[in-house]
Design a protein around this ligand. Structure first.
Ligand code: NI
Length: 365
């Protein structure tokens, strides 16, 4: 009740002012002003000038006749606002319809990025990421392109390609020397005049030092497959150092020099392996899974069908079936135009200077 006089004062003041300033057209402003200020009050009809009798007059008439209409409209407005606020609050809690769109917008950005990341990972990041997040991931061959347990995806069809230069391949044999199988393999390689690379286990070399000497004497490359065929990703730094130093000692005892390349067992590599093996890490591009397929024909087909120019082929000279397959592999690949060489020769032929701690699975042209 105390407000009423104030409103009336301002009303009349406004009226006077406006009439002073613009006496010819005061009604327009007054009309609006009064409507805004004096809600619910009756407005003298004489304030409304004839010039604005259109819509303004009708509204006034309605206002006069149905004063409760404004109140009803206000109640409706307030009700709908309150309803809207309540809905908003609910949505904030449970995130239904309204929020999901926004959430989708937000998650879309990461989602669009995540598919890209694997690609980036493959190129450069993969070696570090799995190591930091889950050490176990490192143990799986995912770390590097060629993986032992991953069925090696056929990289390039074998079928003789249009020869634009030399076609080179490196056959490699792991886990020996085997007193039972390796001499037979050496005989085949000699007969075929093929040089290969042997990644020997230190323990095995200790048992068959003569075979290790023979491998090197016959022009093959001999390199490290660690002392005990350890999963280097599971070892401490000290463990990695020991594996490396131990096979280095065995090589030096038998051959008078240490190995200059290492093939980490299972293809497992992490940053400690890179740092403390401190040699070029040789993986592979073709894996016939000869440990799984003890069948010379299958091994031969798997190698021949997946070999490409510059490939490093993984085999094991501890399996009779693998050795049985080698002569046919050599014949097939030679017929397809391939030259056989050691890993180091292949890298050199492709102009690659191998770096310590870096991993290599092939040397493409
Ligand atoms: Ni092995």
């Amino acid at each position: 009740m105390s407000k009423k006089p104030v409103k009336k004062q301002t009303k009349s003041k406004n009226k006077e002012k406006l009439q002073e300033i613009a006496p010819s057209e005061p009604a327009q402003v007054i009309d609006l002003d009064e409507e805004a200020v004096a809600v619910g009050e009756e407005i003298p009809v004489e304030l409304v000038e004839p010039a604005h009798q259109g819509l303004g007059m009708r509204l006034h008439a309605v206002n006069v006749r149905f004063p409760w209409l404004k109140v009803a409209l206000l109640v409706l407005l307030a009700g709908s606002v309150a309803f809207g606020v309540e809905e908003l609050l609910r949505h904030n809690v449970s995130q239904p319809i309204g929020m999901t769109t926004e959430v989708n917008v937000e998650t879309n950005e990461p989602e669009e990025q995540t598919p890209v990341q694997p690609e980036k990972n493959n190129v450069g990041m993969s070696e570090e990421k799995p190591a930091e997040e889950t050490p176990e991931v490192d143990e799986k061959p995912e770390v590097e392109p060629p993986a032992p347990e991953q069925p090696t995806t056929p990289v390039t069809p074998t079928v003789p390609q249009p020869s634009t230069g030399r076609k080179l391949v490196a056959l490699t044999f792991d886990d020996g020397p085997s007193a039972a199988q390796t001499p037979r393999l050496l005989q085949i390689l000699r007969d075929k005049n093929v040089k290969a690379t042997f990644f020997v286990v230190g323990n095995m070399a200790q048992r068959s030092p003569d075979i290790l000497r023979q491998e090197e004497a016959e022009g093959h490359e001999v390199a490290s497959h660690t002392m005990t065929h350890a999963n280097l990703n599971k070892l401490t730094v000290e463990g990695i150092k020991w594996e490396t130093a131990a096979i280095n000692g065995v090589f030096t005892d038998i051959l008078g020099h240490g190995p200059s390349l290492t093939r980490p067992p299972y293809g497992n590599i992490n940053n400690n392996v890179r740092a403390y093996v401190n040699q070029p890490l040789i993986l592979w591009a073709v894996d016939p899974e000869d440990w799984r397929y003890r069948d010379a024909a299958i091994v031969r087909r798997n190698v021949v069908n997946n070999t490409f120019d510059g490939a490093i082929v993984l085999m094991h000279d501890i399996h009779a079936t693998t050795v049985d397959a080698v002569a046919g592999i050599i014949d097939d690949l030679r017929a397809a135009g391939y030259e056989f060489m050691t890993v180091s020769e292949l890298a050199a032929a492709r102009g690659v200077v191998m770096q310590n701690g870096a991993a290599y699975g092939s040397f493409r042209p």
